[in-house]
Ligand binder design. Structure first.
Ligand code: CAO
Length: 427
C-alpha cells in the first residue's frame, strides 16, 4: 500500500464553515475514485466531496455537524496500488492488466445539487449521492420517508423504501404512468368457441418475439413515409441483368437499397448510432464509423436478420451476391450468430411480396429501420402532364429519442434522391 493522502474540501465557491450533513463512508471502507466521502450543505446547495482516487479510507477527520471550508482535511485516504486494487473484484473476474502510471489528478470538483431541485419538491431533501442512488434504482424520492436530521433522506431510507416495495409486491406500486403495469395475458379456453389446433412456436419465433416485444415497448419510434421514383434505376438494373444473363449474376433492388442507405448513413450519422447507458445511468450516443447493414429475411422458421459487413467497401454487385448467399443460408437455417451481429441499420423489404406501406419495428440497439414495399407504376405530374413513373414506397421507423421528425424526413428525402438518380451515389 502507498502512503495515505489527505483529502481536502475543494474549492466550494463563496461558501465557508459549511456543515457536514452526511458521512458517506467509514474508516476502513474501500472506495472508487469519485465516490462521495462526505456531504456538505450550505444555505444554497448540497455537495459531495468525492474521493480523488480509488483507495481505502484510513481515517475520517470530520464528524456530522462539523463546519468545514476550502482546504479542511476531511479524510486520510490510502490510494490503491495497481497491484492491489482497493475494491475487491469478483473471484472469477479475468485478471485486469496493470494500468499505466498516471499523474495524480487534481482534486475533483464537488458535485453540487443546486437549490432549484429543492424548489421543485421541497420534501425531497437529499444529498447528490443519495439522489444518484435513488435515480439508479428508479426511486421517486418524493415517496421515501426521511429519517435524517431536518427531514433529510438518507441512503438507508431509499434502501428501506425499495425493500418495502419488493416485499409488498407489484400491487404496492400505483401506476401513475411510470411503469407498464400491464394486465396479465388473457387466459381463454378457445374450445368454448369452436375447434382449435395448438402448435408450438419455433425457436426463432420465440427469440425474435421477445426482442420485438422489448423494442416495441421501449423505443418511442415514429414511421415516416416517402415515395422514391426508381424508374431509371429499375431500367438500369434490368439492363445490367440482361447484360449479365449468361453469368447468372443478378443485381437485386435490395443491393441498390443497401448501397443508397450506406450513403444516407454517411450524410446523417445520427442514423448510424446507438444509445448506451453507463453504470451511473448516464445515457450517451455511440456514433459508429463502420457500416454493417442488416436485412430481414423471411424463412420457413421465422424472421431472421443477417448482416452484411463493411458495406462501404463493397460494390452493388458484390452486395447482391452476398445478400443472395445470406438469404439462402437463412432459408437453410444455417446462419451462425456471427452472421447476425453488429448491424448498424436494417432494411426490411417486403416489396417482392406486396404492400403499400408499413411500420417496421426498430431493431435495438439500432435507432432506425427502413421498410420497403412494392413498387408500382403511378401517374406523376411533371408540370405539364401526368407521366407513368415507377414509385417505390419507403417507410422509415426511427427512434425519436435520437432522431426527430425533420431529420428523419431529410434522410428519407435524400434516400429518395439517391434512388431516383443513382449517379448521386458517386458524388
Ligand atoms: N417492388 C416490386 N418488386 C420487387 C420489389 C419491390 N420493392 N423488391 C423485389 N421485387 C421483386 C423482384 O424484382 C423480384 O422479381 P423477379 O423475380 O421478377 O425478378 C422478386 O420481387 C424477388 O426479389 P428478389 O429476389 O430481389 O428478392 P428481394 O430482394 O425482394 O428479397 C429477401 C430478398 C431476403 C429480403 C426476401 O426474400 C425476404 O425475405 N423478404 C421478406 C422480409 C420480411 O419478412 N420483412 C418483414 C420483416 S418485419 O416482420
Amino acid at each position: 500500500m502507498s502512503q495515505a493522502i489527505e483529502v481536502k474540501v475543494p474549492d466550494i465557491g463563496d461558501f465557508s464553515l459549511v456543515p457536514v450533513i452526511e458521512l458517506c463512508v467509514q474508516a476502513g471502507d474501500a472506495v472508487e475514485a469519485d465516490a462521495p466521502l462526505v456531504t456538505l450543505e450550505s444555505d444554497k446547495a448540497t455537495m459531495d466531496v468525492p474521493a480523488p482516487r480509488a483507495g481505502v479510507v484510513k481515517e475520517l477527520r470530520v464528524a456530522l455537524g462539523d463546519r468545514v471550508s476550502e482546504g479542511t482535511v476531511i479524510a486520510l485516504l490510502e490510494p490503491a496500488t495497481d497491484e492491489a486494487p482497493a475494491v475487491a473484484k469478483p473471484a472469477d473476474a479475468p485478471p485486469v492488466p496493470p494500468a499505466p502510471p498516471t499523474p495524480r489528478a487534481p482534486l475533483p470538483a464537488p458535485r453540487v445539487s443546486q437549490p432549484v431541485e429543492r424548489r421543485i419538491d421541497s420534501k425531497t431533501h437529499a444529498s447528490p449521492s443519495v439522489r444518484q442512488f435513488a435515480r439508479e434504482l428508479g426511486v421517486d424520492l418524493g415517496r421515501v420517508t426521511a429519517s435524517g436530521p431536518k427531514g433529510r433522506i438518507l441512503k438507508e431510507d431509499v434502501s428501506a423504501f425499495v425493500k418495502g416495495v419488493m416485499r409488498a409486491g407489484p400491487s404496492a406500486v400505483p401506476n401513475l404512468g411510470g411503469g407498464l403495469d400491464l394486465l396479465p395475458w388473457p387466459k381463454i379456453d378457445f374450445t368454448k368457441f369452436g375447434p382449435i389446433e395448438t402448435q408450438p412456436l419455433s425457436r426463432i419465433k420465440k427469440i425474435s418475439g421477445q426482442n420485438l416485444a422489448r423494442n416495441w415497448v421501449m423505443i418511442p419510434a415514429v414511421t415516416y413515409h416517402e415515395d422514391a421514383d426508381i424508374t431509371d434505376l429499375e431500367a438500369f438494373r434490368l439492363a445490367m441483368n440482361k447484360e449479365n444473363e449468361k453469368s447468372g449474376a443478378k443485381i437485386t433492388l435490395l443491393a441498390f437499397l443497401i448501397k443508397a442507405c450506406e450513403m444516407a448513413l454517411k450524410k446523417f450519422p445520427e442514423f448510424n448510432s446507438s444509445l448506451t447507458m453507463d453504470e451511473n445511468g448516464e445515457v450517451s450516443l455511440v456514433l459508429k464509423k463502420y457500416y454493417h447493414l442488416a436485412f430481414a429475411a423471411d424463412t420457413p422458421n421465422g424472421l431472421v436478420v443477417p448482416v452484411i459487413r463493411n458495406v462501404d467497401r463493397k460494390s452493388v454487385s458484390q452486395l447482391a451476391a452476398e445478400c443472395g448467399d445470406l438469404a439462402k443460408k437463412a432459408r437453410d437455417g444455417k446462419l451462425g450468430p456471427a452472421d447476425m451481429q453488429g448491424a448498424c441499420f436494417t432494411i426490411s423489404s417486403v416489396g417482392g411480396i406486396g404492400g403499400t406501406a408499413f411500420s417496421p419495428i426498430v431493431n435495438a440497439p439500432e435507432v432506425a429501420i427502413l421498410g420497403v414495399s412494392r413498387s408500382l407504376t403511378k401517374p406523376v405530374w411533371n408540370g405539364r402532364e401526368f407521366v407513368p413513373r415507377l414509385i417505390l414506397p419507403l417507410s422509415l421507423s426511427a427512434d425519436h429519442r435520437v432522431i426527430d421528425g425533420a431529420l428523419a424526413t431529410r434522410f428519407n428525402a435524400h434516400l429518395a434522391q439517391l434512388l431516383a438518380d443513382f449517379r448521386r451515389v458517386t458524388l
